[in-house]
Design a protein around this ligand. Structure first.
Ligand SMILES: [Zn+2]
Length: 229
């Protein structure tokens, strides 16, 4: 594709593509261990819930099984924060100086955690509510199913999208006083909003793009990038 003779305006596309690849190359080595740790957390948690079911103390509530919503989410946030910070700093570093504590990274870690715990709590709650106390195997099967989908497919995409957001937060934090273009990467999905922001061209960092956003992501699954110009 890129081997075809390119018209002159493609130079910007090639540059954007290189920036996206640079981001991916920085994210990938952080993503793999993060996904492993999140999956381990899910596995440990599933084992705890099953142990609790087998203990014969009756069917626990979701708060009994997983802790309160806040405590549950905080456990995943703690797992995510180191990776999110590493990628946020990596995004900032080539752009300029950024504060040690890049703004937004705690919120991104919390958002990643919440995107995991919200559906897990819903699924576990449904599983625990579906049987009777003496139907332990059915409860255990339901809990297993609640976690399986997460450990197999969803976690990697979610973690990758949030690391992408951390990278952009780093660029944003370090790029004060410069302009940046919005480079579209919506995973192959069409997104008119992100296209509009891209068409706006170089925009001072900290000023809103046409959709009102200061920086990506514009929506779940948005992996768009800010590239200083
Ligand atoms: Zn986007």
């Amino acid at each position: 594709m890129r081997g075809d003779p390119a018209p002159p305006e493609d130079e910007a596309d090639v540059h954007s593509e290189a920036e996206l690849q640079k981001r991916d190359a920085l994210i990938d080595p952080v993503l793999a261990p993060l996904v492993r740790r999140l999956k381990r957390q899910l596995q440990d948690e599933q084992n705890d819930v099953l142990d609790r079911l087998r203990s014969g103390r009756g069917t626990p509530t979701v708060d009994d099984a997983l802790g309160t919503d806040a405590d549950h989410t905080a456990r995943y946030e703690a797992v995510a924060y180191e990776a999110v910070t590493t990628v946020g700093r990596a995004g900032a570093e080539p752009v300029g100086s950024a504060p040690d504590d890049v703004p937004g990274l705690r919120a991104i870690s919390a958002a990643l955690a919440f995107e995991i715990t919200r559906p897990v709590r819903r699924s576990v709650s449904r599983a625990l509510g579906s049987g009777t106390d003496d139907d332990e195997q059915a409860l255990a099967d339901g809990v297993g199913a609640a976690y399986r989908e997460w450990r197999t497919t969803r976690i990697e995409k979610l973690a990758s999208d949030h690391l992408s957001a951390a990278y952009v937060a780093g660029v944003f934090a370090a790029g004060g006083g410069r302009k940046a273009v919005w480079v579209v990467d919506d995973g192959g999905e069409p997104c008119p909003d992100c296209d509009d922001n891209s068409l706006a061209g170089p925009t001072p960092i900290g000023e809103a793009f046409p959709t009102g956003q200061l920086l990506p992501p514009a929506h779940p699954g948005c992996r768009c990038l800010l590239v200083p110009r």
